[in-house]
Design a protein around this ligand. Structure first.
Ligand code: PRT
Ligand code: ZN
Length: 283
């Protein structure tokens, strides 16, 4: 049995639960419960506050966990990272009131900064040789300048709309973050094996999220051009169509350069292009 700690309720919760489900692991989830057991994998899930997850994993109360890198690094537990998970992407940024002139980080010299991330902020200030006063507060950081508590703030930004609605302007990006899978430093051999199995599933799910399955018809004279555009996992599958001189091509295509490739395929003579999501991708 391996114990996984995830956030009970917050921005990480839904994506963490979805990832476990996409790994084919079933469990009964009740928002009132503090823990649950999977029905088809030796996994117990603990529901905790995100801030407590790194400490619980470091101490062995939980074996593994899912948490934002911002919280992990702030609690000095970055050594526990096993895999980046690609969701809950955000950044930790410094912002100043938009009426204040700002040229460079040196404008923060001797200023008062409010944040919930004193360690990350201090490291960034030290790196730039700036001395400022850090006030650690646990929430509503964005209102600190308007109530006279601070000259600037350092807080998590995602869309940027919270900063705008509080009359603030993002001026420095301190840290980039996403959800990560973490593991304790002293897992037993049995738990390590379960972690490896889980990691294999997570990587297959993650890989599949980045690619699409593509099927198309093409005249045989265009096949070489199309093969070069669609390298696939090994190479594309090419099957003859009932119509003489035509083939069906099956391959995978990367989400990032998807539209560019579709355009080139059409120019090469491809027709009837079908694009289908992939659930899992095992190499
Ligand atoms: O109760 P618990 O302690 O478990 O939860 P929490 O309130 O401390 O954390 P939660 O659920 O807000 O965030 C969990 C994690 O999600 C964070 O540690 C980050 O890794 C990640 N994350 C991603 C974010 C955001 N996006 C985010 N936008 N965490 C917080 N925010 C907040 C930010 O603090 C600010 O108030 O959203 C506001 C900014 O959002 P935008 O879109 O207006 O820029
Ligand atoms: Zn928290």
């Amino acid at each position: 049995m391996i114990r996984l700690a995830i956030q009970k309720s917050g921005r990480l919760s839904e994506d963490s639960l979805n990832l476990i489900r996409e790994c084919g692991i079933s469990f009964i989830n009740s928002s009132l419960k503090l823990k649950t057991e999977a029905t088809n994998f030796p996994l117990e899930i603990l529901f905790l506050r995100d801030d407590d997850i790194p400490g619980y994993v470091a101490d062995g109360v939980a074996d593994i966990g899912i948490v934002g890198e911002n919280v992990l690094v702030e609690t000095a537990n970055q050594d526990l990272v096993v895999e980046k998970l690609g969701f809950s992407k955000c950044r930790l940024s410094i912002a100043v009131p938009k009426s204040v002139a700002y040229e460079s980080i040196h404008d923060l010299e001797n200023k008062n900064l409010a944040t919930s991330y004193p360690r990350l902020l201090q490291a960034y200030l030290d790196e730039h040789g700036v001395k400022a006063h850090i006030h650690t507060i646990s929430g509503s950081v964005e209102i600190a300048p308007s109530i006279g508590l601070a000259d600037a703030i350092c807080d998590i930004v995602s869309s940027g709309s919270t900063l705008i609605s509080n009359g603030l302007r993002e001026v420095e990006r301190v840290f980039k973050s996403e959800a990560v899978l973490i593991a304790g430093p002293t897992l037993s051999a049995e738990k390590k094996q379960l972690l490896d199995q889980l990691l294999f599933r997570i990587q297959s799910v993650k890989r599949a999220q980045k690619v699409k399955y593509i099927l198309l018809n093409a005249p045989n004279h265009a096949i070489n051009t199309i093969k070069a555009l669609l390298p696939g996992m090994k190479s594309p599958s090419i099957l003859p169509l009932a119509d003489e001189g035509w083939s069906s091509v099956h391959s995978v295509v990367n989400e990032d350069d998807f539209w560019e490739i579709i355009q080139k395929l059409r120019e090469a003579g491809a027709q009837g292009i079908l694009v289908v999501p992939i659930e899992k991708m095992i190499l």
